[in-house]
Design a protein around this ligand. Structure first.
Ligand code: DAH
Length: 341
């Protein structure tokens, strides 16, 4: 009997070792240890043995069973690990896989210059504000001392959403009024954004362009403050050797008003293509805030004075980079844009 058991155990261990998957292993187990399994039948047949032999053979069968159990478990774990590893391998996603490189864009020249302008003014203590592109006639014209039928409206014809009432702003100057209604002096702000005019597109005009408005209102602000600050701005932007000059001008919301030129940074004032041979380039409009504008915002013009300025961002960008056609700033031709990064 022991010999038969030994043989069965030895054969089973061989089969276990040869099993290649969980299913085969399960079948071997049922055939040997199952209800009708080969080893189980030895147990069942114990009753046919003489009583004194039963305990000894019973013990032998149990030991064989324990031995086989151990082998099944060991092999079972081994096969499980192997199957798991194969499954993980087949489902693996390689997140480091190489993809064709996507070209990386760069900053638009207008944004490079915008950031530089903002850097300059924030370093001087200006607060950056924002105001709506869809404006009312009041903020865009009326409150800036440009009443209905004023000839200054002629140059700033725009796109109306509600005729005579709601429009696409023609100037960031509208933001001056919004700030002065909200905050009282001391005020030191810039307002940066898009403006619109119903202009035909050519090398120097576009129906949408960008402005940077500046406003300072406090006690004893004079034209000297304006001039000193603009000189610093021009030098920061175009180089230390840059000179500025003021030419008398007219804006309804400033009195007096000036147009400000910088000496041409491309030819140091000698005259070239960029400055059209004059040696000077117009960079912005400015002036002392008109008292009517202050009054309209409930600021006492006898106590407070201020200066304002409006810079054409697109224009400054064409000057800085020597771009000869403003349209290139809006066409988004990558061959053009690539040159700035
Ligand atoms: N808003 C003017 C324009 O679009 C520019 C300007 C001129 C703004 C003088 C100002 C200023 O604040 O003081 O033509």
């Amino acid at each position: 009997m022991e010999e038969k058991i030994n043989l069965l155990v030895a054969e089973t261990i061989e089969k276990i070792a040869a099993a290649t998957d969980g299913k085969t292993l399960g079948e071997i187990k049922v055939a040997v240890l199952g209800k009708n399994g080969a080893l189980t039948s030895f147990m069942r047949n114990l009753k046919d043995l003489p009583a004194e032999k039963r305990p000894e053979v019973g013990k032998y069968v149990n030991e064989a069973r324990a031995k086989l159990d151990e082998q099944f478990e060991k092999k079972g774990n081994e096969l499980f690990e192997k199957e798991l590893a194969a499954k993980l391998e087949s489902e693996k996603i390689d997140i480091t896989i190489d993809k064709p490189a996507r070209p990386i864009g760069g900053r638009h020249p207008l944004n490079i210059v915008r950031r530089k302008v903002i850097d300059f003014f924030t370093s001087m203590g200006f607060v950056v504000t924002d105001s709506p592109e869809i404006e009312t006639d009041y903020y865009n014209f009326e409150a800036l001392n440009i009443p209905k039928d004023h000839p200054a409206r002629e140059m700033q014809d725009t796109f109306y959403i509600v005729p005579g009432k709601i429009l696409l702003r023609t100037q960031t100057s509208a933001g001056q009024i919004r700030t002065m209604e909200k905050d009282k002096p001391p005020i030191k702000m810039i307002n940066v954004g898009k403006v619109y005019r119903s202009d035909d597109i050519d090398a120097t005009h576009s129906p949408v362009f960008h402005q940077i408005e500046g406003l300072v209102v406090d006690k004893k602000i004079t034209m000297c403050d304006l001039k000193g600050m603009l000189e610093k701005f021009a030098k920061f932007f175009f180089g230390e050797a840059t000179q500025i000059r003021f030419r008398p001008s007219y804006f309804p919301f400033t009195e007096p008003s000036v147009e400000v030129d910088a000496s041409c940074p491309h030819c140091s004032g000698r005259g070239c293509r960029v400055c059209k041979g004059t040696g000077w380039i117009e960079i912005l409009g400015a002036g002392m805030v008109n008292r009517h504008v202050l009054e309209g915002c409930d600021i006492d013009p006898d106590k407070f004075t201020g200066f304002a300025f409006g810079i054409g961002l697109d224009r400054i960008t064409t000057i800085v980079y020597g771009i000869n056609d403003m349209r290139q700033e809006f066409e988004n031709d990558v061959r053009f844009l690539k040159q700035f990064n």
